[in-house]
Design a protein around this ligand. Structure first.
Ligand code: SF4
Length: 193
């Protein structure tokens, strides 16, 4: 597993603007029915990564305006609660993610929500580049941290290892301190909250 220094890895250097997959109407990538975008490329190299192929920034296909239009049309369905960004690493693909997130907010405001997974922790993101901070400020829920094989727990809600946290970003950002998502079912077991 790699641990970058603040601002060591940047999306403008690494991202190729590729996505591995787009899956509409998912039930497992966060709360409710969601449209999930899996961006390509990740540098964390966690042992036991669920999908090593997706670590390659050239994996999959280019993200296009046409696909973005499709995603927004899917999101407009009443029964869809929101958008989920996963990877790969969304915060090393901020060009793709910010384009989508900005249109999402224009169209839906705060009537729907945005979740993102990241190998970065919340604290690491606070020390990161402007584009990463902008993306963080525009999402509602962050599932943070690398996958740690020694802490793997298949019973966890929405995450693979017990170091990872489900974070309420809107509550955490003003105080620059993690506030665990209120509906986290196993928060008491792991965070004493
Ligand atoms: S952060 Fe996620 S995608 Fe990246 S190497 Fe780790 S498990 Fe794989």
């Amino acid at each position: 597993m790699k641990n970058p220094k603040p601002k060591e890895w940047t999306a403008d250097k690494w991202s190729k603007g590729y996505i591995a997959d787009y899956k509409p109407f998912m039930f497992v990538d966060g709360e409710g029915v969601r449209c999930s975008v899996y961006v390509s490329g990740c540098l964390f190299a966690c042992e036991g990564c669920f999908n090593k192929a997706i670590q390659n920034f050239n994996y999959g296909k280019p993200y296009t305006q046409e696909l973005e239009d499709t995603i927004l049309a899917d999101l407009s369905q009443d029964y869809v609660q929101g958008l989920t960004l996963l990877g790969g690493e969304p915060f090393l693909n901020t060009q793709v993610c910010l384009s989508l997130v900005n249109r999402f907010r224009e169209q839906f405001g705060n009537t729907k929500d945005i979740w993102s997974w990241s190998g970065y922790t919340f604290e690491e993101l606070l020390l990161e580049t402007e584009d990463k901070l902008e993306l963080l400020s525009k999402i509602d829920v962050l599932v943070d941290g690398r996958f740690e094989l020694t802490r793997r727990d298949l019973s966890l809600q929405f995450r693979g290892s017990s170091n990872q946290r489900i974070i309420d970003v809107k509550k955490s950002l003003p105080q620059k301190e993690v506030v665990i998502w209120q509906k986290c079912l196993d928060a008491e077991r792991y965070y004493g909250k």
